[in-house]
Design a protein around this ligand. Sequence first.
Ligand SMILES: [Zn+2]
Length: 625
Amino acid sequence: MNMNSRLTADLSIPAPGSWSYSGPFDRAVRFIQRHQLLDASLWARFARQFTRPSDDQDLGWRCEYWGKLMRGGAMVWCYTQSPELYRQLESAAREMLQNAEADGRISTYSREAEFQGWDVWGRKYVLLGMEYFYNICADEGLKAELLDSLRAQADYILAHFGPGKADLREASCHWEGLNSSSLLEPIVRLYNMTGEGKYLDFAGYIVGLGGIQPANIFELALEDELDPWQYPVTKAYEMMSCFEGLLEYSRATGEEKWSRAVVNFAHRVLNSDITIIGSAGCTHELFDHSRLRQADPEFTGIMQETCVTVTWMKLCGQVLRFTGDPVFGDAMERSLHNALLGAVNTGKVPRDLLSPGGWLPFDSYSPLRAGCRGQAVGGRMVMTDNTIYGCCAAIGAAGFGAAALHSALLTPTGAAVSLYLHGTLSLPTPGGNRLEIRMDTKYPVDENINLELSVDMSEKFELDLRIPGWCKVPKVWVNDESVHADTGWLRLERLWKDGDRVSLQFPMPVEFISSMELGEGSEELPPHVALMRGPIALTVSEEFPGDDLSGTVELGSIRQTPVSEAPFEARMVFEAELKNGGRMRFADYASVGKGYDKNIAVWLPCSGEKEPSTTERAEHSLRKE
Ligand SMILES: [Zn+2]
């Protein structure tokens, strides 16, 4: 780590429209925008769940879909700036306002059945969805209506819960009330919007409850002695959602101990539960020490939920902005390029015949050992018109929004680039000039990133560039002059002139990762091997003719081959010689298994003998992206 490996100031998200990218990231966002966020019938269907008590029958979570999609839609709009998307979101917001009862209550539960099951959780999402849209809403009249509605919805909840009233944790029979406690985030946001102390008091009440009934998870995080998988409740994304709220609470109150708790928690999740594809949970949707369990054959079935991936990316964004710690930029990059992009159903494969339009835009679970994508629709609920939706399909867009919004950030003294995507950044400088950074790169397919700056007027400011933690020998040039760089933030402070160039090179040899090195207890498990190249998990797939995932493998040398050798669209392809003869091919995790019918695997059973640490690398022979 170099001296500047941690930025001390609170980073901020630039204005909507600051990022303009092309390439696989942008294509994925446009795919989601076109097929999901612009689907008027989908918005209408989600809003319609609130016109009668659709969740009473099974105490379900039909109530979460609208708000999840609105939050993701507003975040994606900040990136794409699509007028069509804006119109759709505005119309969806207006439609939702129509669902308010006389006292402002909006719920998919009747008054007789309210505050059970997932009711508070669903209200949380309606609040969040409206709050996110409020932030981009250009119509002052509509903003006032939204704020009135937010107040009325919250006040209805405040009338029922709090000191001397009902206990918010008892407003659900699931997860000891963890889901209901995640109401914290929209309540703090509402305080930020209104300045009304009753909302901050209520947020303080939620924090005081500690998240769940049998323990106080906020205090557990502050004490920093247990990993989240050791807490009494381990439901992963509900818990991360509570900690996102806790950071907002700490920001609003200035109570430093709570931000420390969130940072402790995020580090513990990263070090104990995040896998090499950037998700968590090998026991369906639970924290379970997946750092170790990811290569444990005992853990079979659905794992690595997309809701977990997305909420982890959002938490990474929060903590990255708050602490400036670049490990959370590294983590977000890994989740984006593996688990999240892998979950996009680019092949429009029908997994559930009741899906609206026949298919869902996001897959719910990502395999790590031999298994197929598309195993199940997570959070599946049948809606009133006999179509289904799922929790992960509804949340996915927010993952892309989080990545875009945190790709380049503002610092008090300049700008910071955290994700390298081909395209142009347009940012204000501390001196009030306009800075454009053109990034020319195929990273992480290619290891070179070329930045060209244009400024209206020469100005001295700091440009911070994230040097990924996995990069052993980063190389950096400023206008052809070599600059020393270590992992972490590289701070370039100079008088920047129009046309200045920065070139980055992050050499990414293929690394053999042994499951025996995953930590205490790993040596007792059957040995597995995985291949990482930079942030990308290389993945075996039965889509490659002859690739056999059934037995143990002994990998020899690795070379890169043209992507045209893949019978599917891949970003990179590698071929390993097997010591017993034959070969095995790998592609990037996000590209494999998209037909939902072929096994893929990141972790391969092996003998456990030491693998070669160096790799042979062929000439790059890459498809033009
Ligand atoms: Zn989900």
